[in-house]
Design a protein around this ligand. Sequence first.
Ligand SMILES: [Fe+2]
Length: 441
Amino acid sequence: MTGTANEQARKTAEGLVYATGFGNEHSSEAVPGALPVGRNAPQRAPLGLYAEQLSGSAFTEPRATNHRSWLYRIRPSAAHPPFVRAEPRAVRSAPFTECVPDPNRLRWNPLPAPEGPTDFLDGLWTLGGNGDATQRSGMAVHLYHANSAMDRRVFSDADGELLIVPERGGLLLRTELGLLRAVPGEVALIPRGVRFRVELLDATARGYVCENYGQPFRLPDLGPIGANGLANARDFRAPVAAYEDVEGPVEVVNKFCGNLWTATYDHSPLDVVAWHGDHVPYVYDLRCFNVIGSISYDHPDPSIFTVLTSPSDTPGLAGVDFVVFAPRWLVGEDTFRPPYFHRNVMTEYMGLIEGAYDAKAEGFVPGGGSLHNMMSAHGPDRETFDRASAAELVPQKIDDGLAFMFETRWPLTLTAQARDAGHLQRGYDDVWQGLQRHFRP
Ligand SMILES: [Fe+2]
């Protein structure tokens, strides 16, 4: 049964078409004539649809940061029964109060496989985070491990947008605004409040989620880099309108101020026949990232690898950055080429999508993750240090891995389940043991 569902989802995913561009004002209609022309809220919307605005920013925010979409749907979102508190799962929200913040360097193996049928929502497991969801600031790090499609169930997150980073197994994301395929090596973003359902393209799906309570992710400014480079806007893909006209019970789970709430609708709320706007889901292939680095000596700080940034109220200080360590050439002369030893006021959670990472010879595995909290000292392990210090500095292609980082302005506090997890590696500190003194005054 599951195999058939995977196959159907794969078939659907293969045939998808997209609109392109980051931050664009897109418009799309699944039925010709469904999108009103010349106004947003005509007296009678076309084809008997209801018009509804979904605001991702305050009405009054500046044009550059104002995001909203107009949806033309079979039933208005307002037509729903009361929500009641849902069964708690492994999802937690900021403020994180179960543990005290830990200055130690920590590393985890992948989230274990779930026992029994587990969909994306049931398989979401929170590692930790910072800020306060009710204040719309901060972020949370989640992992997921699922083995079945969400069935007659949709999810929406009022607390923030969800940046989904698949590591194993592809996803078919059925959203209010249309369908997206996201496979390992790609990332998908579900905007705040947009309802969606996750189906699986393979038997299991595993990955990471950055829940961003703060300002929506945007492309970083490029400064002296110029008009092009890093993640290019044209490589982002948005869905086209696709609706389901489904009557009968559908569970809608809403994450609101840290808690899950549930209501059973008598129809699917993925019933948007046409839409226009810029509060839209999107997908991006990390292999499209234009990696920029040094062609003389040293290497730039890893901020040069920023794909998306969520700014804070302080210029240059991100609530959270999404950073990718993609295949690239290293050519620096007289340069220690792996990431240098450092201590950082920002907090770094790193994950690995495939292969290996150039600062850690072992122990950092796909699906696992490491946390280097505010000011914790880290850098290459001993093996990497020894090798890089002796390497012949010929041009070198790093193309055996795809790692990423969620880098955030505030220390990250763990959940109790992350602190006590069986897959927390004991003795991560040992990777920096044996870094002997070479000082010869
Ligand atoms: Fe670092």
